[in-house]
Design a protein around this ligand. Structure first.
Ligand code: ZN
Ligand code: ZN
Length: 187
């Protein structure tokens, strides 16, 4: 019985790396430069890479004794919302990837768990999980439109940038205002 089920990866899928062109000889190298469409849900709640946006892959695959080391960068646009004022954020992110994928039936395959070291499936590598981890780690959990964003006035919801410096909602309570009028009439 083979330890692994037949591969379910599609070699034409943009986030699947094909190592057939890479000799299984330690030190052999191949570069992977391609632009792919971002998968859905690549991000966190408030910010992420829009689905279908261009992701720039600039990677190299290197044969090592037990598998293939994939390293390089992935960059793409990110869009989100400021956690303080809800204004749109348009930015970009570049993440570094360095991930070892073990050959099927190698010693590494036999002695490690799949969540510690990735696995080749046949000649294919599924890059998506490592890419997701790297992007999500690089994103701010509390994104801001700018570092010193003052946020919104809690009473009227207007951005502090758009309000005069002395903006305030401290008014005389209308009931007291009425009383003071009353006092005046009595005089
Ligand atoms: Zn803001
Ligand atoms: Zn206000």
């Amino acid at each position: 019985m083979p330890k692994h089920s037949p591969t379910s990866l599609d070699p034409r899928s943009p986030l699947v790396l094909d190592t057939r062109e890479l000799p299984r000889r330690p030190g052999a190298l191949r570069t992977v430069k391609r632009v792919v469409q971002a998968p859905s849900d690549l991000g966190v709640e408030l910010i992420g890479v829009p689905e279908g946006a261009d992701l720039d892959l600039d990677l190299r695959m290197e044969s090592v004794s037990e598998g293939v080391l994939v390293s390089g960068t992935v960059s793409g646009p990110i869009r989100g919302e400021c956690g303080r004022c809800l204004r749109e954020i348009d930015d970009s992110v570049t993440v570094t990837i360095q991930e070892l994928y073990a050959y099927e039936n190698s010693t590494t395959d036999a002695t490690t768990e799949e969540d510690e070291v990735g696995r080749l499936q046949g000649d294919l590598i599924d890059l998506e999980p490592a890419l997701r981890d790297a992007v999500v780690l690089a994103l701010p959990t509390n994104p801001l439109c700018r570092q010193d964003c003052p946020g919104l006035c809690p009473d009227c919801g207007v951005h502090w940038d758009d309000l005069p410096a002395d903006h305030s909602h401290q008014q005389v309570d209308p009931r007291w205002a009425g009383l003071s009028q009353l006092t005046r009439t009595e005089e």
